[in-house]
Design a protein around this ligand. Structure first.
Ligand code: HEC
Length: 124
């Protein structure tokens, strides 16, 4: 019973899926996305970085028409709470050789909120 209530609450906060890390606030994440939007759109348009529409659940390095670094193209993992959290903590440590030169987020709650927002952008 207690676990069920917790799971329900987590689902309400995080949207869908299993919360592996801190629960994120998608509305706050949308505001924090200003740290990403210089290089990323949430529509299907690539800028300096690949678009992030449907990024959650997508395999890294697979947006059509975007030229990734060799490192990102070879990374091969899907973007979920864990891989996104690791990547946003230190892009160059998670994917050595990535050309994402900015966008590291030091604060764990900020990362969780941004990831919660990315989840709302649909799945491709
Ligand atoms: C200075 C520009 C810049 C900023 C700021 C930036 N990124 Fe990126 N991002 C990139 C580039 C360039 C790539 C492609 C990396 C590669 O090919 O190695 C990328 C790749 C990614 C990917 C992998 C996408 C895929 O299709 O596999 C994710 C996820 C991502 N960024 C999330 C973010 C988030 C979230 C933020 C904000 C917290 C952010 N980025 C901020 C430039 C940026």
């Amino acid at each position: 019973m207690k676990l069920t209530q917790w799971a329900l609450a987590a689902l309400l906060v995080a949207g869908a899926g299993t919360p592996a890390l801190a629960d994120g606030d998608a509305a706050r994440g949308q505001t924090l996305f200003s740290r990403c939007s210089a290089c990323h759109t949430v529509t299907e348009q690539n800028k300096m970085g690949p678009h992030l529409s449907g990024v959650f659940g997508r395999t890294a390095g697979t947006v059509a028409g975007y030229t990734y670094s060799k490192a990102m193209a070879a990374y091969g993992k899907a973007w979920d709470e864990t891989t996104l959290d690791t990547f946003l903590t230190a892009p160059n440590k998670a994917v050595p050789g990535t050309k994402m030169a900015a966008g590291a987020i030091a604060n764990p709650q900020d990362r969780a909120d941004i990831i919660a927002y990315l989840k709302t952008l649909g799945a491709s």
